[in-house]
Design a protein around this ligand. Structure first.
Ligand SMILES: [Zn+2]
Length: 328
């Protein structure tokens, strides 16, 4: 739920907004483990299933537990914050400038990510295993959200421009449909000198893409009559997904995917790069603590048998054993 549980669209489209969907978040976190350098990677590989599964927990807090604090962490409606250079630099500054109600409805994503980085760095320094894994996996989710262009705008579902339903189509329906063609292999994680600037660079780049996405979708829409936009069954009845939401037809999804020229895959791959960069940076800033003694040697030894195989597979762009739960 970004703003409401069900978004009723211009064409009767409604969708629960899941932010990258299960497919996207799981693939981002899992690939980010594969992109880490050694010796850090051995520890994360020991917990790769946890980090993968935990990638969607922030959304579970938001929807399943209806945790009121959760929702604003996933987005920022940049246009409502005014000029770029007047933006608060930290969560503290944001809280001093705006009241709770404003921050809750307009989002706090970049400031929250920066706070998570501080917490992750501290967890590494103190070698608190459960905190490291939990915070890293959560941060992976929010960084993934930051690469979804519509998470940076008040027009988050195209609802202001008659493009409702575009959010879930872009971030969940398309990756689910075409994700088997994506390459999840990215360069090895690198150190980020200035985390604050990097987070805002990512937010700005994502926001810039928002207009291209909506413009491209508008063009595609012109080629469709209303009755061809929604997915229907053999009898012509509108189909709903497991959340009770109607969604786009295969023809529409295909046309949009072609017109986007790889945008979804590019953003997903950038998410992987930026998640692994931040995890690595937190570890370096914590003084590169030795993580090998956080797990039993038996566990590490057993996992190393599969590690090489998984790494070889990942170098070819694939991830081992992924069967993400379907949203559509
Ligand atoms: Zn999210």
């Amino acid at each position: 739920m970004k703003k409401t549980f069900f978004i009723l669209g211009a064409f009767g489209i409604s969708s629960v907004l899941i932010s990258w969907g299960i497919f996207g978040h799981e693939h981002i976190n899992k690939s980010s483990v594969m992109a880490l350098p050694q010796p850090m990677q051995t520890f994360f590989y020991n917990h790769i299933d946890y980090v993968t599964q935990e990638s969607t927990v922030p959304d579970l807090r938001k929807y399943t537990l209806a945790d009121r604090l959760e929702n604003p962490r996933h987005f920022i409606d940049l246009e409502n914050y005014g000029a770029w250079d007047s933006l608060p630099k930290t969560m503290k500054e944001a809280k001093a400038k705006y009241d709770d109600k404003f921050l809750t409805s307009n989002g706090i994503l970049p400031w929250f990510m920066e706070e998570m980085m501080e917490k992750l760095t501290k967890a590494f320094k103190e070698k608190r295993k459960t905190d490291i894994l939990f915070i890293a996996a959560d941060l992976g989710h929010y960084m993934g959200d930051a690469h979804m262009p519509l998470h940076t705008s008040a027009n988050f579902d195209g609802q202001m421009t008659n493009q409702k339903g575009i959010h879930a189509l872009w971030e969940a329906q398309l990756p689910e449909k075409y994700g088997n063609t994506y390459s999840f292999n990215v360069p090895e994680a690198k150190f980020i000198d200035n985390v604050h600037n990097e987070i805002w660079r990512i937010i700005a780049a994502s926001n810039k893409l928002k207009d291209s996405l909506l413009t491209i979708d508008n063009e595609v829409r012109k080629g469709f009559t209303e009755d061809k936009i929604l997915k229907k069954d053999a009898e012509g009845k509108v189909v709903k997904n497991k959340f009770g939401s109607t969604f786009y037809s295969d023809e529409y999804a295909e046309k949009l995917n072609t017109a986007l020229k790889g945008m979804v895959e590019r953003q997903l791959r950038k998410s992987i790069i930026d998640v692994s960069n931040l995890w690595y940076t937190a570890w370096v800033n914590a003084g590169k603590p030795d993580l090998t003694d956080l797990d039993s040697p038996e566990l590490t030894k057993r996992n190393q048998k599969h590690y090489q195989e998984d790494l070889e597979l990942w170098k070819k762009g694939k991830l081992y054993g992924m069967d993400s739960e379907k949203d559509f």
